[in-house]
Design a binder for this molecule. Structure first.
Ligand code: CDP
Ligand code: CDP
Length: 224
């Protein structure tokens, strides 16, 4: 079978990574979590005390960064220059700053280029905000996942509890999600937007298994 790409976009905590990972396993293809890449750049800039308007320094840092994804105990870990940053990139501080960093043109330019490179010559499922619109506009399958903000906040809250991340209340998580969605959808370059040819899935009342089955079913149907 020819190589193909599946693009999954949507707002924060809409289930993209969980669904993308499951689909990658079911179809035995590569999963690329582009949100993790933006989070990693945010973490590295903060660690190096580089301000978000120091564009020359940001560009220099971006040019030295090499990304690799590897599974450890069934969890996808992002390695930056061989360093595992999987837990660092989920911190509240990174989450608070990631939308601002993601709106910087040079950050998007270089990360989009890297994402396309990773996807070249292989079958992939890639999730993010601009995959169906900008990164892989020719992807054979495109989905846009969403759910009510209150539902997404509750799901992120439960997910955090499971991972022992207890510093934020449910209300704080919901406020953060709403703020980030607004920032991501209103930025000038590659805003969060459903591609015209993407299939919309509102999972407010669907289980994660329902969403996975719906997508797999659609892929088979589109292939008929
Ligand atoms: O998992 P969660 O929905 O909290 O966020 P994420 O997918 O890890 O993405 C973190 C942030 O990265 C988003 O809020 C966007 O600002 C940015 N992002 C982006 O701009 N473009 C992408 N393709 C993926 C993420
Ligand atoms: O990657 P993204 O930020 O879009 O979301 P995620 O991290 O995959 O999903 C956030 C949480 O919501 C996870 O714990 C999922 O298992 C859960 N979820 C759910 O319970 N039911 C859904 N229909 C979608 C997501």
């Amino acid at each position: 079978m020819e190589n193909f790409a599946i693009a999954i976009d949507g707002p924060a905590s809409s289930g993209k990574s969980t669904v993308a990972k499951a689909i990658a396993q079911r179809l035995d293809i590569i999963y690329i979590d582009t949100g993790a890449m933006y989070r990693a750049i945010t973490f590295l800039l903060m660690e190096a005390n580089i301000e978000f308007d120091q564009l020359d320094q940001i560009e220099a840092l971006l040019k030295q960064v090499d990304f690799k994804f590897n599974y450890i105990n069934q969890e996808l870990h992002l390695f930056v220059n061989e360093r595992d940053v999987a837990s660092e990139i989920r911190s509240v501080e990174v989450t608070r700053n990631v939308s601002e960093v993601s709106a910087i043109p040079i950050v998007r330019e270089i990360l989009v280029e890297k994402q396309r490179e990773i996807a070249k010559g292989v079958s992939v499922v890639m999730d993010g905000r601009d995959i169906g619109t900008v990164v892989l506009p020719d992807a054979k399958y495109k989905f846009f996942l969403t759910a009510l903000p209150s539902v997404r906040a509750e799901r992120r809250y439960q997910q955090n509890l499971k991972n022992n991340l207890t510093s934020q209340t449910l209300e704080e998580i919901e406020a953060d999600i709403i703020r980030r969605d607004h920032y991501d959808s209103t930025r000038e370059i590659s805003p969060l937007k459903k591609a015209e040819d993407a299939i919309l899935i509102d999972s407010s009342k669907m289980s994660i298994e329902d969403v996975i089955e719906f997508i797999i079913q659609n892929i088979y149907e589109l292939n008929q």
